[in-house]
Design a protein around this ligand. Structure first.
Ligand SMILES: Cc1cc2nc3c(=O)[nH]c(=O)nc-3n(C[C@H](O)[C@H](O)[C@H](O)COP(=O)(O)OP(=O)(O)OC[C@H]3O[C@@H](n4cnc5c(N)ncnc54)[C@H](O)[C@@H]3O)c2cc1C
Length: 388
């Protein structure tokens, strides 16, 4: 009894945003920019390296080989990245393009899928014969039987600078941002109660807790799990031939896996990661030590297509995805709890959408229908899993 009465309670006549990483900072910014009352809660500092939004770069693409249903969201995000840069007064996006390379044994069919998504949505992409790739990008090695496609309105963003910029803009627009860890979210009709060392009663809550969401939302029974990933940075033998002026961001799909990477960036070298694979984990239990065989796998992928990039190892880090069973996001209200809007299960591909996700979350948390068709991401598709 005495413990309960000691908890300070506060009414928030607006939205509480739980988690201020890539997506939560975008939601806080979008809500505050609309004049909504916003309280953002996160125990970690902006741009921290424990979750999913740290490191040198994230690919931004629009011709979505994973599923063309994402293209309107990607196109909206592409516009909003430019708006965000203008508002922040800094460069976040490097529009170097993205080159997708597929070996003859590519089991995913990524190049036809990029071309199909582009055709369906009228996006400018260029199918390139192997010889043309070698002519334009002399650092790239590929056989005549490979497939390739270049997307020009694509590139990469700086994730840590993005989080910091969105939080700065949110604060400037009136959002209150507190270093505080949420321990419970109680969905009522209205208000929702969010508990840290205090209790907040709010109209709605946006939960964007990244790889911590499986723990924080455990009672909701969502089929989401954190997954350990590794990214390595190599010092190229000839940096000048591998910078963003000479090489776009890239995707490589072959029988060994689905890899992604970036041109040489000063201080970061050439960065490469593997999108598929990885082991399920938790943010508390994850093994942060990178194993030699993981570096060797990434080096081998570079050697297949960019041998000049595979110089000495500069650094290798772990990072976390939050996986859903179908690889699609869970974006929308929790089934049976309309005041609790989640953005989770982002399965390692959400950063490119960050400003558009912020906008959609701001709509959903204030009772507006998002301007785009996002029903395919509704968490309700797992309602039976949640109630099982
Ligand atoms: C190595 C790697 C490479 C990637 N590459 C790409 C790419 O090229 N392109 C792309 O589009 N996407 C990419 N992604 C995916 C993308 O980065 C993620 O989908 C995105 O960053 C997820 O952001 P988030 O806000 O959900 O999570 P995070 O940024 O991890 O934010 C979650 C926040 O919640 C906070 N939090 C946790 N628990 C609590 C609590 N109890 N109370 C309050 N706050 C809490 C945390 O402190 C954290 O700040 C990549 C991901 C990784 C890991």
């Amino acid at each position: 009894m005495s413990g309960a009465s000691a908890v300070t309670e506060q009414r928030v006549d607006g939205v509480v945003v739980v988690g201020l990483g890539g997506i939560g900072s975008a939601a806080a910014h979008a809500l505050a920019a609309r004049g909504e009352t916003v309280l953002g809660l996160d125990p970690r500092s902006a741009g921290h390296r424990d979750g999913s939004s740290h490191g040198a770069a994230r690919l931004v693409r629009q011709a979505y080989f994973e599923d063309p249903a994402y293209v309107p969201l990607a196109a909206r995000a592409w516009r909003l990245w430019h708006d965000l840069e203008a508002a922040a007064g800094e460069r976040l996006l490097t529009p170097a393009g993205v080159l997708t390379l597929a070996a003859p044994d590519d089991p995913r069919g990524v190049v036809p899928a990029v071309l199909g998504a582009a055709e369906r949505h009228g996006l400018p992409v260029e199918a390139l014969a192997a010889g043309e790739v070698r002519r334009r990008y002399p650092a790239v090695r590929l056989g005549d039987d490979w497939q390739a496609v270049l997307e020009r309105d694509a590139g990469f963003v700086d994730p840590e600078a993005t989080v910091r910029a969105q939080l700065r803009l949110a604060g400037a627009a009136g959002a209150e941002l507190r270093a505080d860890r949420v321990v419970a979210i109680e969905p009522g009709d209205e208000p929702v109660v969010v508990t840290t060392a205090r209790r907040y009663r709010a109209r709605a809550v946006v939960v964007a807790a990244g790889p911590w969401a499986p723990g924080l939302l455990a009672d909701a029974g969502l089929p989401i799990v954190a997954r350990r990933k590794v990214v390595a940075h190599f010092t190229p033998r000839d940096p000048a031939a591998l910078g963003p002026a000479a090489l776009p961001g890239f995707v490589l799909s072959d029988a060994a896996g689905l890899f992604y990477g970036f041109p040489f960036l000063p201080g970061h070298g050439v960065r490469i990661g593997r999108h598929d694979g990885g082991e399920d984990t938790t943010p508390e239990g994850v093994d942060r030590v990178v194993r030699p065989e993981e570096v060797a796998e990434l080096r081998a992928a570079l050697e297949r297509v960019l041998p000049e990039a595979a110089g000495p190892l500069l650094s290798a880090v772990t990072c976390l995805y939050t996986m859903s069973p179908d690889g699609d996001f869970l974006l929308g209200p929790l089934p049976g709890a309309p005041g609790v809007v989640v953005a989770t299960g982002c399965s390692g591909h959400a950063f490119k959408f960050v400003p558009a996700l912020g906008e959609a979350l701001a709509d959903l948390a204030t009772g507006r229908a998002p301007g785009l068709e996002l029903g395919f991401l509704d968490p309700a598709r797992f309602a039976s899993a949640a109630s099982a």
